[in-house]
Ligand binder design. Sequence first.
Ligand code: ADP
Ligand code: VHF
Length: 377
Amino acid sequence: MVQPTHERVRRSIAQAQTIVVKVGSSSLTMPSGHLDPTKLDALVAALACARLQGARIVLVSSGAIAAGFGPLGFERRPADIATQQACASVGQGLLMARYEVSFGRFGIRVGQILITAEDTIRATQYHNAQRTLDRLLDLGVVPVVNENDALANNEIRFGDNDRLSALVANIVRADALVLLTDVDALYTAPPSQPGSKKIDFVPDVERALDEVKVAGSSSGVGTGGMVTKLEAAHMAAVSGIPAVLTCAANAGPALMGDPVGTAFAPIKRRGSSRRLWIKFASHPRGVLVVDTGAAQAVRAGRASLLSAGVLEVRGDFSAGDPIWIDDESGHHIAKGLSGYDSEEIPRMLGRNTAQLRRFFGDEYAHPLVHRDNLVLV
Ligand SMILES: Nc1ncnc2c1ncn2[C@@H]1O[C@H](COP(=O)(O)OP(=O)(O)O)[C@@H](O)[C@H]1O
Ligand SMILES: N[C@@H](CCC(=O)OP(=O)(O)O)C(=O)O
């Protein structure tokens, strides 16, 4: 793929038909833990303008926890999961009520989608999410997406919405991803550090990941900081989607392709979001150690992992959970979704498919990790 220029990336954002816009907690709320209606209305005005000109907009909005802790009487964002989930449950309703009124000023309807990490990998949930989002967009609605914080399983939840927004961009086959935060651009180091410089254009986000110094959030209400925003830009880039990162006040110019913030060029053609999740967002629950032949086959690509080539299983996991595939010297080769529970695997090790079928029946005659569920790392 020829590397697009800065100008071309901005033009493709301006011409994008389907756009995923992600906005962070600090751009919608006050440090006291309440919604900031002025900020929210200003953002909505910019999005409504793009929508009324024909763009299909999906808004991935954080802010449920940050809008809920004030009304519940907390002075700062609570640290424990159960209280965060309670705050999210209260704040999410307040957030949606305000979006409804605010978009309503322009005659635009909103629809709420609460999603979990699992919805982005399990085929049926993934297709449900895709079908609903597509239909909402066809109906002219602006879907407002957030992680299902109140119920999300802590071990696999995203926590920030940055990576979720890149996956949503894949689900809706977006033409652009716009990441809105409380800083006007990506800098060579956290902006509080003297000498940090603004970056206008990132032609290769994989190089930027090595060169740019990033830190977590310092707002008191946000979560991932610049680390997860760069990961989101990376996920978008390897899915063929250009991205722009800037402050919420720049939403309008960013959508029009003006040179605000930092633009990220796509670096690959579109891939599947399921594999993206496995590669970037999943937390492996165990390990399958493979022999030299299996390691070679997996590394060569497009091979499923068969039990004949697996030497050992470690960890406690269920079928469908993410796991590492390691070579004998302990190097991670790939990540994948296990086809079986960890306790079913030991008796399958070293056996070929015919033996598995003969000894244990048809349901055991499948790969431990199917190639569609496997990505090299
Ligand atoms: N290299 C960097 N360039 C720009 N901002 C950075 C960098 N490293 C860390 N940051 C911090 O990331 C913060 C934005 O992340 P976060 O607070 O999680 O926002 P949001 O709530 O919008 O997701 C900025 O306020 C900034 O302090
Ligand atoms: N889903 C959570 C997102 C938490 C969060 O802080 O995200 P972000 O502000 O995007 O770093 C919420 O709505 O509160």
